[in-house]
Design a protein around this ligand. Structure first.
Ligand code: ITT
Length: 199
């Protein structure tokens, strides 16, 4: 079965290939970049789940193929859940990971560790060309460091230290991160749904 990943984020694509392959899905995964004529969908939803569904439906409708999408972000307790669904463009330019991370650190200033709780959230959506849809979510809890450490991963990985770990997500290996991440949890939960609907 051909399954399209409705994402243009290279970090997500790498992780999703590994997560879905490990879960034993016998699928041909094709990134959204293989469909350059499909316009970027406006993420007008107010939740991760709504935006993930918008992206999955847009690609499924445009291609006539089943599509999966990821909408994700970092939610900081002391900021009432921000950046949340605005994580990719927190500092203004979509996808400028370094600027987003620097702005967030500046906003937190030297707030003490016990007030630096945060979590990554991911909504994983599946949409079929006939309009069928499913969405599931996953989370990874942690605390925010005062400065970035590590070079693996993407986005805010260098500042999120997962609960129960002494290192940041950017110091974990890809497989270590996928084993505990919001994205790993969400997409492993989506796999049985994909198998049920697509065989
Ligand atoms: P697509 O819409 O094309 O999938 P995007 O980057 O615009 O790509 P989102 O709107 O879901 O995707 O934004 C996700 C942002 O949240 C991403 O740019 C990172 O800044 C952050 N993020 C999500 N998952 C992350 C992770 O595992 N590690 C670090 N940062 C993450």
């Amino acid at each position: 079965t051909r399954l399209i990943l409705a994402t243009r984020n290279a970090g997500k694509i790498t992780e999703l290939h590994a997560i879905l392959a490990d879960a034993g899905l016998d699928l041909e995964l094709v990134g959204a970049d293989a469909y350059p004529d499909v316009p970027d969908v406006k993420e007008t939803g107010v939740t991760f789940a709504e935006n993930a569904l918008l992206k999955a439906h847009a690609l499924a409708q445009a291609t006539g193929l089943p599509a999966v999408a990821d909408d994700s972000g970092l939610c900081v307790d002391v900021l009432n859940g921000a950046p949340g669904i605005f994580s990719a463009r927190w500092a203004g330019t979509h996808g400028d990971d370094r600027a987003n991370l620097d702005l967030l650190l500046a906003q937190l200033g030297d707030i003490a560790d016990e007030h630096r709780a945060a979590h990554f959230a991911c909504a994983a959506a599946l949409a079929l060309p006939d309009g069928t849809e499913r969405v599931v979510e996953g989370r990874m809890e942690g605390t925010l460091r005062h400065a970035p450490v590590g070079t693996n991963g993407f986005g805010y990985d260098p500042i999120l230290q997962p609960k129960g770990h002494e290192v940041t997500c950017a110091e974990l290996s890809p497989s270590e991160k996928n084993a505990i991440s919001h994205r790993g949890k969400a997409f492993r939960a989506l796999v049985p749904v994909v198998k049920e609907l697509l065989g």
